[in-house]
Design a protein around this ligand. Structure first.
Ligand SMILES: O=C(O)[C@H](O)[C@@H](O)[C@H](O)[C@H](O)COP(=O)(O)O
Length: 241
């Protein structure tokens, strides 16, 4: 069976961001032509700055975007830990995305209630399907091999049906979050990891060369592709894989 995984290495962080944005432009164009909407899930962390740099160069119909959160921290929107808050700060005035295009959590709820509430928001957009199918998920990889808020050894890695799960014991602070689960992640048409810097080189080797059993390696779209976009520094220990 052909692999659903594509690995690309680019010289610099800037080249990497440019490539990521080419994917975003092409995938959004296709989705908008087909369904007049583009559904994209975004992660927190270093990706936010990369998108703030790259997105202004993307040619797309911005009004057709719907932006979801692959995971979100349960904190007020004006807290520096809020992923939505960080996106607003980074992208407002940079790209013409209106506030109602973000599908945000309700931060006043408990993690459990916020997860249920977010499932309701997904159902309102995707309909009463078995699983939503995102056009694109932009994923991050933590230093321990986590993605979204799916951490090594956590029971949530085994989730088979719930779309969005609460987590109250996240090892990465803040502890209370909601996260997409693997059934949803692996139903996306395309997922992209964008990883740069020497600090990620060891983990990239463990994931892509040694194929260790880590959450990021559970990303394996059933009927889609997962791209690993790396810069030279992150790929140094791959030995030309
Ligand atoms: O809320 C979070 O903590 C993020 O969504 C998380 O899943 C992130 O994507 C990874 O931890 C990678 O973060 P960096 O890109 O900053 O290393």
């Amino acid at each position: 069976m052909a692999s659903n995984k594509r690995i690309e290495v680019h010289k610099t962080e800037d080249a990497l961001i440019k490539r990521l944005c080419e994917y975003i432009e092409n995938i959004s164009k296709k989705a908008i032509e087909e369904r007049s909407a583009f559904t994209i899930g975004v992660s927190g962390g270093s990706l936010i700055g990369a998108l703030a740099k790259g997105l202004p160069g993307v040619k797309t119909e911005w009004s057709k975007w719907k932006i979801y959160f692959c995971d979100e921290r349960i904190v007020p929107f004006d807290d520096t830990e809020s992923t939505y808050g960080a996106y607003k700060k980074a992208l407002d005035g940079v790209v013409p995305i209106k506030d109602d295009q973000y599908r945000k959590i309700d931060p006043k709820l408990s993690a459990e209630e916020a997860a249920k509430d977010y499932i309701g928001k997904l159902k309102a957009d995707f309909g009463n399907v078995q699983l939503p199918r995102f056009d694109l998920l932009l994923l991050g990889m933590g230093p321990d091999g986590h993605t979204c808020s799916l951490f090594p050894g956590h029971p949530l890695l085994q989730e088979t049906s719930v779309w969005v799960a609460p987590i109250t014991d996240s090892p990465k602070p803040p502890p209370s979050r909601v996260t997409l689960t693997f059934p949803v992640i692996n139903n996306a048409a395309t997922s992209i990891f964008t990883i740069w810097g020497a600090g990620k080189a060891d983990m990239i080797k463990r994931v892509l060369a040694d194929k260790e059993d880590l959450p990021v390696n559970q990303v394996s779209p059933k009927n889609g592709l997962v791209h690993w976009l790396l810069d030279d520094a992150a790929a140094t220990k791959l030995n030309g894989l």
